[in-house]
Design a protein around this ligand. Structure first.
Ligand code: HEC
Length: 213
């Protein structure tokens, strides 16, 4: 019997606490268990501020700020690369640039870096000499071109860069394996291969010609 009273009392307390005062307004603020979460020193959007000279809580963008991400939702580092020649191989008129962009200096170290990357990423198809006779030819990849025909010799550096960056037909993009500067280094090495394949006796210093036929 006693148990039944306790149960009844408990049920009444529960009902009153859950439903009893619903809808009643109180002028007093609610009980705050963790007030530090409710009360923070912060400004709401478009609010005023006595702190800043212009009286606004919203601060203007710093000079030179650009949106990070083309559609504003996802980070797109390429968007910050305003120099199209250096990062796409293209000029303002959408044509491919010739030569190397500002900031890319073709030194011996640079070309050797290109050689190193070329031998890893390009030689399997294009061959160590750039003649299109890489190992993949014997496995059926027959469309790999030689660099030594007139079309590819005359091709703008920017277009070679663009091909490495975006691929072409059966050739994939190498943008995830070669940084932009490494791609330019590979372009420089492709030029070196082309130069070597069309070398003439006059290109060799006189004192070194003895051993050549
Ligand atoms: C998996 C094989 C493969 C690899 C690796 C490869 N290529 Fe190619 N590449 C091809 C094929 C195939 C083509 C011909 C694409 C076409 O025009 O159909 C080609 C075409 C090209 C062209 C000519 C594009 C044109 O407009 O005709 C260039 C330049 C070139 N590759 C450079 C490179 C460089 C530099 C690398 C290394 C970063 C590389 N390729 C790696 C297979 C490869």
């Amino acid at each position: 019997m006693r148990f039944a009273y306790y149960t009844l009392a408990f049920t009444v307390v529960l009902l009153v606490s859950v439903m009893g005062l619903r809808g009643l307004r109180s002028p007093r603020p609610p009980i705050e268990v963790f007030p530090d979460m409710d009360r923070q020193a912060k400004y709401k959007p478009q609010a005023g501020s006595k702190f800043f000279a212009d009286g606004r809580a919203d601060r203007p963008l710093p000079a030179g700020a650009v949106p990070y991400g083309r559609d504003g939702t996802k980070a797109d580092p390429a968007f910050l690369r305003a120099d199209d020649f250096r990062y796409e191989g293209k000029l303002a008129d959408d044509g491919f640039g010739r030569g190397f962009p500002a900031g890319v200096e073709v030194t011996e170290v640079f070309v050797r870096r290109g050689q190193d990357r070329y031998q890893i990423y390009c030689a399997p198809c294009h061959g160590a000499l750039g003649d299109g006779n890489g190992i993949t030819k014997s496995y059926g990849m027959l469309t790999t071109p030689t660099y030594h025909d007139d079309r590819l010799r005359g091709m703008a550096e920017g277009e070679i860069f663009h091909t490495i960056t975006h691929g072409k037909n059966t050739m994939m993009s190498y943008a995830d394996k070669l940084s932009p500067d490494d791609r330019w280094a590979v372009v420089a090495y492709v030029r070196a291969l082309q130069r070597a394949a069309h070398g003439k006796l006059d290109d060799v210093p006189a004192e070194l010609r003895g051993g050549l036929k």
